[in-house]
Design a protein around this ligand. Sequence first.
Ligand code: ADP
Ligand code: MG
Length: 405
Amino acid sequence: MSKKSIKDIDLKSKRVLIRADFNVPIDKETGEVSDDTRIRAALPTINHIIDSGGRVILTSHLGRPKGEPDPKYSLRPVAKVLEDLLGRNVAFVEDCVGEGARRVIEAMQDGDVVLLENVRFHAEETKNDRGFAKELASLADIHVNDAFGTAHRAHASNVGVAEFLPSVAGFLMEKEIKMLGKAVHDPEHPYVVILGGAKVSDKIGVITNLLEKADKILIGGAMMFTFLKALGKPIGDSLAEDDKIELSKEIMAEAEKKSVELVLPVDTIIAKEIASGVEKKTVSVDEGIPQGWKGLDIGPETLKLFVSKLEGARTVVWNGPMGVFEIDDFAVGTKKIAQAIAALKDSTTIIGGGDSVAAINKFNLADRVSHVSTGGGASLEMLEGKELPGIASLISEEAGKKNDD
Ligand code: ADP
Ligand code: MG
C-alpha cells in the first residue's frame, strides 16, 4: 500500500502538475469562494513544491459542468484566494490544455504558480480520454495527485496522466492512504467500527468488509431499524429497508460466526415528524415504537452502552451519524458519540463520510480526532476494501514501479 509521495522525489526546476481538490462552494451573488477550507488544505503540498524549487501547475474540477466551459464553474475565483493565502502571484490560464497553457508554462520560473481552468470543461476528462490525458501530461515533468475526493474515479487528470508521467501522492492524499489504509489492512486492536446514517444499502460493502477486521461494530442511525425489524421489534414509522431485512439477518449471523460483536441500540428517541421543537419520547427497543412515530436518534441507555464499547479501543472508524443530527433535537446521540471518540486516548480515530464529517465539524471536534477524511465516496470505497484507481495509479514506494501494491 505504500506509495511514493512528493517527499520522495526531486522537484528542483521540475514542472509539477498537481491534481488538487478545489471543488469549493462559490457564492452565487458575489461569485467568490464562500468556504476556502479545501484551498487551505492544499497549501502544504503547494508550499513544499515551491520550497523545493519546483514549478507549480494546479489543476482541479469544480462542480459538474457538462463537459464544456461554463462561467459558473470557473476556477478563476480560486486563483484570487490562492494569491492571498500564498502571498505570491498566481497566473490563471483560461483553458487547461492548448497553446495558452503551453505558453504560460514555458515562461515559468522555479517557484512560480499557475492555476489552469476547470478540467471538466472538457468532456474528455471524466471519460479518461487517453489523448486528453497525454496533452495534459505534456505540460509537466511530474504528476502529483492530491485529490483524494476523486480517487474512486478514473479520470484523465488524476489517473490518465499517470500513464505518461510519474505520479506521486501529495500530503493530503498521503495521509488518507496512511490512515484509511491502515484501518482497512492493518488496524490495531481492539478495533471498533461505528456505523450509522440513512441506509443499510449504502453501507453493505463497508459492513461486510469490516466484519473481517473489526472486533465490535456499533450500529446507529436509521440503519438500526432495518436490523431491529429483522429481529422482530416494532419500529413504527421509522426509516427501514424491507428489502434489506434478509441481508441484515445474514450480517448478524456472519458477525456471530466471526465472533464480531454487533451491537444494536437498546433505546431510541422518537417523534411523529422530523422537525425541531416537536414532542419527543424515549422508548426501549423491546417496548418498541408505536405506529405514527419514528426513531430519530439513539437513546441515553444506548449512549452508555456504545461509550462502554469504545473503552480501550486502539482503532475507531466512524461512518454515518447516529440520528438526524441536522436538527438539534435529534443531534444528541451523534454529538455524544463524537465527544466520546474525541476523548479516547491512545487510539487512532478516523471519521469518514460526508455527513459524519459535517457533524464532527459542527461540534468543533475535528482537531481532536486522528483523521477526518475529505472524500465521501472515496473514503467509503476505501472502507469497503476496494482498490481506488486514483491510488493504484501512484508509483509504489518499494519498487518505484506502477500498479503494484
Ligand atoms: P455519511 O454521509 O456520513 O456517510 P449518510 O449519508 O449515510 O452518512 O447518512 C446521513 C443522513 O442520515 C443524515 O442526513 C441523517 O439525517 C440521516 N439519519 C440518521 N439517522 C436517521 C434516522 N433515525 N432517521 C432518518 N434519517 C436519519
Ligand atoms: Mg451522506
